[in-house]
Write a protein that binds this ligand. Structure first.
Ligand code: 5GP
Length: 179
C-alpha cells in the first residue's frame, strides 16, 4: 500500500468484479443499440478503459473535460469547461462515464449541457458515489460502489494530479492535503 494512504477502501479484485458486472448490465440494457461512451476526463480514464472492454454492444468513445476542483478536496461549485466532445451527440444513446459523484454539481451541469444537444437518451455510469454529500437532484443509472464521505484516490482518481496509477481505491491520509 502507498504510504500516503490511510487504508484501502476497494481492492483491485473487487473493482474488477464490479466492472465486469456493470459491463454485463449495460450490454444487456443496450442490446441491439449503438452507444456513445463519454469519458469524463481525467479521473474516469482507467474505469472507462476497463469498462469498455466488458461491453458487447457497439460502442464509440468520446471524452469531455470539466473541472470543479482545482487542487482542493472540496467542490467549489464553480464548473469550468476544459475540453468539449469531438462528435455530435444528436440522436445518439449517450453513456456518461464518471469516476465519482460527490455534490453532483459537476454532472448536473454536464448532463444539462448534453441534454440541450438533443441526444436520443443519456445515462450516467459512475464507479463511486457519495450519496450523503449530494447538493442537487442527480441519480446515476449505474453505480459501482456507494462510499462514505472520505477523500479517496487511485484507479484514476487523483489528489493534485498524483495517485491516479494506484490499482486500488484508497483513503488518502488527511495530513497529505493539510487537514
Ligand atoms: P461533484 O461536482 O459531484 O461534487 O464532484 C465530482 C468531482 O469531484 C469528481 O469528478 C472528482 O474529480 C472530484 N471528487 C469528489 N470526491 C472525490 C474524492 O473522494 N476523491 C477524488 N480524487 N476526487 C473527488
Amino acid at each position: 500500500m502507498h504510504n500516503d494512504l490511510e487504508s484501502i477502501l476497494i481492492a483491485k479484485e473487487a473493482i474488477a468484479a464490479k466492472v465486469a458486472e456493470l459491463g454485463q448490465q449495460i450490454s444487456a440494457d443496450y442490446e441491439g443499440e449503438e452507444l456513445l461512451a463519454i469519458c469524463v476526463l481525467k479521473g474516469a480514464i482507467i474505469f472507462t478503459a476497463d469498462l469498455l472492454r466488458q461491453l458487447t454492444v457497439d460502442v464509440s468513445l468520446d471524452s469531455i473535460s470539466i473541472s470543479s476542483y482545482g487542487h482542493s478536496t472540496r467542490s467549489s461549485g464553480v464548473v469550468r469547461f476544459l475540453k468539449d466532445l469531438d462528435e455530435s451527440v444528436e440522436g445518439r444513446h449517450l453513456l456518461v462515464i464518471e469516476d465519482i459523484i460527490d455534490t453532483g454539481l459537476t454532472l448536473k451541469y454536464l448532463t444539462e449541457n448534453l441534454w440541450s444537444r438533443k441526444p436520443k437518451s443519456l445515462k450516467i455510469c459512475t464507479l463511486l458515489d457519495k450519496p450523503s454529500r449530494r447538493q442537487v437532484d442527480l441519480k446515476p443509472d449505474y453505480v459501482g460502489f456507494n462510499i462514505p464521505d472520505r477523500f479517496v484516490v487511485g484507479y484514476g482518481l487523483d489528489y493534485a494530479e498524483r495517485y491516479r496509477q494506484l490499482p486500488d481505491v484508497g483513503i488518502l491520509r488527511p495530513e497529505v492535503y493539510g487537514e
